[in-house]
Design a protein around this ligand. Structure first.
Ligand code: GN1
Ligand code: MG
Length: 337
């Protein structure tokens, strides 16, 4: 760790922060405060793609929307966005944004509106950028057909006792397969425009101001890359509408809060309404369905595979998450038609 702090030329006390499932994140408290992250190189095998995508976006925003706050990484002593330590792990450093906080669940219509507006503004402000300047930091990340195939593949290689434990969830996964067909048809129809989307719009990727409770900015820009608006809108539906998050074991607490759904849609459309086409708007109800399904499939596949992707703190956590998400999916399908 000293090696890494040295490489960036910073000093301070180190403590772990954050609740992400992928990277290791630390707060550095010193004369100035920073956020230091060790990038998960098993997930992001080409972390330079993230750095380049972010640089392209940041440059465009600086020229076209200088008022927009984009959390760009700080350079190491050699002028690089990423520092590779002696063991080959990539690290990056950000300024800590003081007096800010994140939330894991949405508690009010105001928060839903504000957070959704925050994510919408990112895509809106990047409207007009040359999408081909970006590369996919994770290939086929939200390709539902491919994620379904991965689930089937994990299932075909899983141990019998693991399959037995996940029986109900496997059944649920099969029962929603029609969403894959719907997705394929939608993509093939060409109705959706490839835009620059955030692709990980869970509510805890919005930074709020502690004093005003206004949105400061969207964070976690690892998957800022070409995508369809349904990916962003859908992951908001998935993480905003229920009063409990994906870790909740008691599925009876999962709810679809219509007032929160309406507020988030309004918030997202505030910046996006004028750029979305009428064809795109027809897919609004499908967004939450497809993104909740894709996450349920990914969590279940990871459980079947023996938990190789998401960070877990107890053995059945991915199964719990998948069960939670299938319950939520059922509610979303009932309420967003
Ligand atoms: C991961 O890193 P984190 O926790 O923000 C995942 C998302 C999932 C999410 C589920 C790169 O996001 O796709 O929606 O977990 N990110 C990656 O909580 O796989
Ligand atoms: Mg992430």
């Amino acid at each position: 760790m000293t090696e890494v702090l040295d490489a960036f030329g910073v000093t301070g006390k180190i403590e772990p922060i954050g609740s992400g499932h992928i990277h290791k994140t630390f707060k550095i408290s010193g004369q100035q405060n920073f956020v230091l992250q060790r990038v998960n190189k098993n997930v992001f095998t080409k972390p330079e793609i993230i750095a380049t995508n972010n640089r392209v976006a940041s440059l465009y925003l600086r020229n076209h929307h200088p008022e927009y706050l984009f959390p760009q990484t700080l350079l190491d002593k050699n002028g690089n966005d990423l520092y590779y330590d002696s063991e080959g792990f990539p690290w990056r450093l950000f300024s800590l944004i003081e007096n800010s906080f994140t939330i894991d669940e949405v508690h009010s219509e105001e928060d839903a509106f504000a957070a959704a507006q925050g994510f919408g503004l990112l895509t809106k402000n990047l409207n007009g950028i040359d999408v081909s300047l970006f590369n996919e930091s994770l290939e086929r990340f939200h390709d539902l057909s491919w994620r379904y195939e991965q689930f089937e593949n994990a299932l075909s290689h899983a141990q019998p006792e693991v399959i037995q434990k996940a029986k109900g969830e496997i059944e649920a996964a099969h029962s929603f397969k029609h969403l894959v067909d719907e997705y394929q048809q939608l993509i093939a129809s060409g109705q959706l425009i490839l835009r620059i989307t955030h692709n990980d719009t869970k509510v805890n990727n919005i930074l709020f101001d502690s004093l005003t409770r206004k949105v400061i900015c969207a964070i976690d820009l690892d998957t800022l890359m070409p995508g369809y608006f349904i990916y962003d809108l859908g992951d908001m539906v998935r993480t905003f509408v229920s009063p409990v998050n994906e870790e909740e074991k008691d599925v009876s607490k999962i709810q679809f809060r219509k007032n929160i759904y309406d507020a988030l849609l309004k918030g997202y459309l505030a910046p996006m309404e004028s750029i979305l086409t009428s064809d795109e708007k027809k897919s609004i109800p499908f967004a939450g369905q497809m993104m909740t399904y894709i996450m349920a499939l990914r969590m279940l596949a990871d459980f079947l595979r023996g938990n190789t992707y998401y960070h877990i703190t107890y053995p059945e956590q991915n199964l719990v998450r998948a069960r939670n998400q299938f319950h939520l999916l059922e509610l979303i399908c009932k309420n967003c038609a």
